[in-house]
Design a protein around this ligand. Structure first.
Ligand SMILES: [Zn+2]
Ligand SMILES: [Zn+2]
Ligand SMILES: [Zn+2]
Length: 314
């Protein structure tokens, strides 16, 4: 198995798919490019494994064996490491990869078939741009190879052009985002992380208005327009994903609750305000004095229990 050749061919085929531009080929483009990147990552681990170790670092399983009186670890079977393990091994062995870009590409790979009904050549340009930057850096820094030579002129030029065009459009959108006062830090972060629900593009242009409550996002790729009540819940979820995950794992309180004023799933607990309507609400029950958890914020100024008891009395 020659991982590097497989990686290069996957990326080349992915770029051809992207250029063809029909829906099945666009789906295939994302899958191929994603697969190619994972193979590149695995190549770095293979190169670090000693020749007699059966590629120990890239194998999902390994076992100790005795060789000339010394105990060594060798890889077992064909199954290779999954992404969480890959991240772990990169950390342990000091291999650097842009995981943020990787996660962006992986998210599109997971969503493209089910959510982006009208995916297009243009709406995937951001994925090609992200892949280009990630692959170029990884090949040069970690594999000490020349990406232009490995990928070949046609693939390299296509990716380079996509990246340049995307960077221009990205800068345009970012400038508009900077001109807006979002009043919520989580929203300001999250609004740059979401994608068009129709075509999957992440180039969403905010239409600047006096207050952000009634601002809209327009997709540069397909023209779909979303209002605040449509995009703010998703933006908050994206920005606070890690906090939500940690909270769920540790049984701690959620970072986002239901707003008692506008009923949106948009009340940011740590900011003490709703990112959609801007209202603040008391986070301490006025009747029993306990802290109101996120999932009971809808009944503020009372906690869920006191609210329930009051409504029984009525
Ligand atoms: Zn779109
Ligand atoms: Zn609200
Ligand atoms: Zn209470």
């Amino acid at each position: 198995m020659d991982l590097l050749t497989n990686a290069i061919e996957s990326i080349q085929v992915g770029i051809q798919d992207w250029e063809t531009g029909t829906r099945p080929r666009l789906l295939s483009a994302v899958r191929n490019i994603h697969a190619g990147i994972l193979l590149l990552f695995k190549e770095a681990l293979v190169r670090l494994s000693s020749p007699s170790s059966h590629d120990v670092l890239v194998k999902a399983q390994y076992k100790p064996v005795m060789v000339n009186g010394e105990i060594k670890l060798v890889g077992v079977g064909k199954k290779t490491v999954d992404v969480p393990k890959l991240k772990e091994r990169f950390k342990e062995f000091g291999i650097a990869a842009d995981w943020k870009l990787y996660d962006q590409i992986a998210d599109v790979r997971n969503d493209v078939e089910h959510y982006f009904a009208d995916v297009t050549h243009a709406s995937l340009r951001g994925v090609i741009a992200a892949a280009f930057v990630l692959i170029r850096e990884f090949m040069e820094r970690e594999l000490e190879e020349k990406p232009l030579e490995l990928l070949g002129q046609p693939t390299w030029q296509t990716m380079l052009k996509a990246q340049e065009l995307y960077a221009l459009e990205r800068a345009d959108c970012d400038k508009l985002f900077e001109g807006l006062n979002w009043s919520s830090e989580a929203l300001e972060t999250g609004v740059r992380m979401i994608r068009c629900r129709i075509c999957g593009s992440d180039l969403l242009r905010p239409d600047v208005t006096e207050s952000h409550w009634d601002s809209t996002l327009t997709c540069r790729s397909c023209g779909d327009v979303r209002t605040g009540d449509e995009f703010i819940p998703g933006a908050l979820e994206a920005a606070l994903e890690v906090e939500s995950w940690v909270a769920a794992k540790d049984g701690a309180d959620d970072p986002i609750g239901e707003c008692p004023s506008c009923d949106g799933q948009t009340y940011v607990m740590s900011e003490g305000a709703c990112a959609l309507c801007g209202e603040s609400a008391t986070q301490k029950c006025e009747s029993c004095g306990t802290a109101i958890p996120a999932n009971e914020m809808g009944s503020s100024p009372l906690c869920g229990w006191c609210d329930h008891m009051m409504s029984k009395d009525d």
